[in-house]
Design a protein around this ligand. Structure first.
Ligand SMILES: Cc1cc2nc3c(=O)[nH]c(=O)nc-3n(C[C@H](O)[C@H](O)[C@H](O)COP(=O)(O)OP(=O)(O)OC[C@H]3O[C@@H](n4cnc5c(N)ncnc54)[C@H](O)[C@@H]3O)c2cc1C
Length: 481
């Protein structure tokens, strides 16, 4: 008997949907399993939040502009796709700044800077140093990152350093966001070692022991040292285009999935209705879309599941990239970026010094600053018309960097909604949702930034896991047939 080719539909053409498809096809080929994938994307373009503009001699990122290499998954995917020689790293360990009384103030990265910084009072500094002596919490339940850090290192560093960074990087309120999702390793350190400092020493010791063991076994211990952030030469869209090229299945654009029906007795139990009236039957479905979009499609099956997924709040954000002639900036800025605490009167969340971080993206005589506006602090500002938004940003940049000249280039992107804000208990919620769905809708999987981490490496990690899970299930079914 010839075995049926398994049809798999992936809803969502962002990095999560495309990477899941890529890994599934690759694994299926290695294991000689017959699958056919179809990616369905509602907009006319692939990439989701990854969107690169090439105009005016600039490479402008609308969403993410790089990924961290501390989590290796995105870097590994780029290597696997043959993009190794396209990767560009930040040249040096860049300085980061925080706006303090309207002026950029360097974020302390070492002990000497930390002692000198005006961001913390003497008391605030002493409180941080007391961390190893603070008793660990015995309750293992999740808590907000603000609560966690206030217990461990005191309130001042939370308000003056962590909250602005979280507000700009994750668009998240430190007093709402789950420690388990965004800083799970720190919660583990407290649980296992009683303190963050002790946890870090234990980690260093463990790494040293691993290196020594590897050396004794004659293994190479050299792990490639990578720049902290990397991107692709022509923008992150290269990752999306390369994934799309490698995918052997079909990709449907401009095709929103508006309904899912499940009929277990049918050979292909899932019927997906597209916005144009087309219906696609399939064996398996992967939802690689934001949680509120998952909720829309799952509402008819389980209202509690839909309610929980819809409750994940997504903050809006606009990124406004502004270029100036370098000579027009009277006080050249040497950092990678400035984050803005809520206590400052500025309406910006953060400013990225794009041309300092990745110089190849702009003509050599241009300095590019990318402003973030919106987030949970100023949700309404992103609705301003382009001319008002750009005037507001120019005014803010003029005040912070003392720039009087007019910009040479401006590019605005709006993300509404943008990134999920994982509330306390988020991981337990998504685990419970998956458990329920596995029973009610076998063969339907959830992945993507709304689930267990929003950075590109997190999305790739989840994509790889989802692909493994699906291919393993198919392999077992194949063996049992
Ligand atoms: C401004 C900004 C800056 C960021 N900066 C960084 C950074 O520097 N580094 C980093 O690592 N991460 C960054 N991120 C986060 C990262 O970009 C995202 O978490 C990641 O790209 C999300 O990928 P995804 O595929 O899970 O979701 P998405 O990119 O949201 O893709 C989901 C796709 O599903 C489609 N879709 C939705 N509903 C349907 C439907 N019913 N039918 C068909 N298709 C549907 C959507 O159109 C979309 O294309 C940033 C995000 C933003 C917004």
């Amino acid at each position: 008997m010839v075995e049926k080719r398994q049809k798999i539909v992936i809803i969502g053409g962002g990095v999560s949907g495309l990477a899941t498809t890529y890994y599934m096809e690759k694994l299926a080929q290695e294991l000689d399993l017959s699958i056919h994938c179809t990616v369905i994307e509602s907009t006319p373009v692939l990439g989701g939040k990854i969107s690169t503009d090439h105009s005016g001699g600039f490479i402008t990122e609308g969403g993410p502009e790089s990924f961290v290499t501390r989590k290796r998954q995105a870097w590994e995917l780029c290597q696997e796709l043959g993009l190794g020689n396209r990767l560009v790293g930040t040249t040096e360990r860049g300085k980061n700044y925080i706006l303090h009384n309207g002026r950029p103030q360097i974020v302390p990265m070492g002990p000497v800077d930390a002692i000198r910084t005006p961001l913390l009072s003497f008391r605030g500094k002493l409180r941080v140093l007391r961390e190893p002596f603070v008793a660990p919490r015995t309750d293992l339940s999740d808590e907000t990152l603000g609560d966690f850090l206030r217990r461990r290192v005191g309130g001042e560093i939370v308000e003056n350093v962590v909250a602005p960074a979280m507000g700009s990087v994750y668009l998240s309120d430190v007093n709402q966001v789950s420690t388990q999702v965004v800083f799970g390793q720190f919660a583990d350190m407290e649980r296992e070692h009683g303190s963050l400092v002790k946890g870090m020493f234990a980690l260093m010791k463990q790494r040293k022991a691993e290196r020594q063991l590897a050396e004794q076994n004659g293994q190479s211990v050299k792990k490639e040292k990578l720049p902290a952030f990397m991107t692709l030469r022509d923008g992150l869209i290269e990752l999306i285009e390369t994934l799309a090229d490698k995918i052997e299945g079909d990709i449907l654009l401009d095709s929103k999935v508006v309904d899912i029906a499940y009929t277990p007795v049918r050979l292909e139990p899932y019927q997906l209705s597209l916005i144009d009236g087309q219906v696609i039957s399939t064996d398996l479905v992967i939802l690689a879309i934001p949680t509120f979009a998952m909720a829309d499609l799952l509402e008819d099956f389980d209202t509690a599941v839909a309610r929980n997924l819809r409750a994940v709040h997504y903050n809006p954000v606009a990124t406004i990239s502004v270029a100036y002639n370098k000579g027009d900036i009277p006080e050249p800025f040497d950092g990678f970026g400035v984050v803005v605490p809520e206590s400052e009167s500025s309406k910006l969340l953060a400013i990225e010094a794009v041309s300092n971080k990745f110089g190849h993206r702009s003509p050599t005589d241009q300095a590019v600053l990318r402003a973030f506006i919106g987030g949970y602090r100023h949700e309404d500002l992103i609705d301003l018309p382009d001319d008002e938004l750009s005037a507001l940003v120019q005014e803010e940049l003029a005040s912070i960097f003392n720039i009087q000249a007019a910009p040479t280039f401006i590019r605005i992107f709006r993300w509404q909604p943008a990134n999920p804000q994982y509330g306390v208990g988020h991981l337990a919620m998504v685990t419970e949702v998956e458990r329920k769905l596995q029973k009610q809708l076998p063969g339907l999987y959830l992945t993507g930034s709304g689930m267990r981490g929003m950075g590109i490496p997190d999305c790739v990690r989840q994509a790889r896991k989802t692909a493994n899970q699906i291919i393993e299930a198919l392999q077992q079914a194949h063996a049992a047939a």
